[in-house]
Write a protein that binds this ligand. Structure first.
Ligand SMILES: NC(=O)c1ccc[n+]([C@@H]2O[C@H](COP(=O)([O-])OP(=O)(O)OC[C@H]3O[C@@H](n4cnc5c(N)ncnc54)[C@H](OP(=O)(O)O)[C@@H]3O)[C@@H](O)[C@H]2O)c1
Length: 353
């Protein structure tokens, strides 16, 4: 299927939130949707980089009637993530399109501020906390437009195929560094394979979470469409963490080759733009699916279809978030009693189901 940004409909009045919207695929996504008059929020961890991106987005499409704003978000910290989602919810009355796009890859082994392996913490756990905290807003948005729809797009990767052989691909028993030998240098070249598997594990979690969230929303909020995508091999700064393993010379060679072999961020963003805006998603009732470039149905591993693992991941993630913020986030939990009562039962989902 061919898809170009020219096929994106006018998005005047639509609220769009993009994690990692300050660079690479997220920035290309923001450019394309702002050009179609959407009101964009880019959520990122560096205020300076964020402000530069906001300026660049506005300058590129001077004719847009949309808006661009910033939200501070550090996905590697559950607390920061929940606070960012709460701030967004306080300041916006709706959220039409949410891109869980930010990510890190190939980083030397490190624990997050909450004590979880950092790639998993950033790519999966942070997005789990962010999206579940935003769920009441997404649900309200969906309930307010029975004829329209709400989209959540989670950026995964073909790398979901390369993960651990333990527990169907997600090694919960190693998330806090339980299996690390203390004397191993995390930047040793021999650790590169593990870095890739840790990335693959987090990207497998992206698909499992997509499918479980989609399943939970299907009966209560059928007009919320949650899908995952792989953008292709794209020349961005994503693998810059890998230079710690291979040094500056090999990094330069790799970047040079990527420049030839990989596609541009603009092209790489097409599949997520399609999943966010195409009428085909609704017409064909695509939910919990995995798409590859450009706008094609992709095949996942059997692990990514494992429903038991989906539930286990949800439960583990819920526990991890609760362990940090001391409460269960999302659903009706955050709403005051008045707000809670305003949402009819059929518009709430039991997150613990
Ligand atoms: N590029 C590829 O070939 C490829 C292939 C498959 C999948 N993907 C996926 O595509 C997504 C986007 O990656 P990209 O290629 O566009 O790479 P990128 O240019 O490096 O963008 C990654 C974005 O994530 C943000 N980010 C990283 N850690 C964060 C944190 N703790 N809190 C908040 N934001 C954080 C980065 O912000 P900073 O600028 O502050 O670092 C940046 O905006 C990722 O999920 C990646 O796994 C990419």
């Amino acid at each position: 299927m061919s898809f170009t940004t020219a096929q994106i409909p006018d998005l005047s009045g639509r609220s769009v939130l993009i994690t990692g919207g300050n660079s690479g695929l997220g920035l290309a996504t923001a450019h394309a949707l702002y050009a179609r008059n959407a009101n964009i929020t880019i959520a990122c961890r560096s205020p300076q980089k964020g402000q530069d991106a906001v300026r660049a987005i506005k300058e590129k499409t001077l004719t847009s009637t949309g808006s661009v704003e910033l939200l501070n978000l550090d996905l590697s910290s559950v607390k920061s993530t929940v606070e960012a989602a709460e701030e967004y919810t306080r300041n916006h009355d709706k959220l039409d399109i949410l891109f869980a796009n930010a990510g890190i890859a190939m980083e030397p082994y490190q624990l997050s501020v909450d004590g979880y392996e950092r790639q998993f913490a950033t790519n999966h756990l942070g997005h789990f906390a962010f999206i579940t905290t935003l769920l009441p807003l997404l649900q309200r948005t969906a309930a307010a437009k029975p004829e329209g729809d709400v989209r959540v797009i989670i950026t995964s990767s073909e790398a979901h195929r390369f993960t651990y052989k333990v527990n169907n691909g997600i090694d919960f028993s190693a998330m806090r560094g339980e299996k690390r030998k203390p004397d191993v240098d995390p930047t040793s070249i021999w650790e590169l394979g593990d870095a890739f598997r840790r990335y693959g594990q987090s990207k497998l979690a992206n698909i499992l979470f997509t499918r479980e969230l989609s399943r939970r929303l299907k009966s209560s909020h059928p007009n919320i469409y949650v899908n995952a995508i792989h953008p292709g091999a794209v020349a961005t700064g994503l693998t810059s963490g890998g230079s710690a393993f291979i040094g500056p010379t090999l990094t330069k060679i790799t970047n040079f080759l990527m420049g030839f072999l990989a596609s541009s961020a603009e092209k790489g963003a097409l599949t997520q733009l399609w999943a966010a805006t195409s009428e085909e998603i609704v017409a064909r009732d695509y939910r919990g699916e995995y798409f590859i470039p450009v706008a094609k149905m992709g095949k996942t591993t059997e692990e990514a279809k494992n429903e038991e693992l989906m539930r286990e991941l949800w439960k583990w993630s819920e526990g991890a978030v609760e362990g940090v913020v001391g409460k269960r986030v999302g659903g009706h939990v955050h709403c005051s009693r008045r707000k809670y009562l305003r949402i009819p039962d059929r518009h709430r989902i039991p997150l613990w189901a």
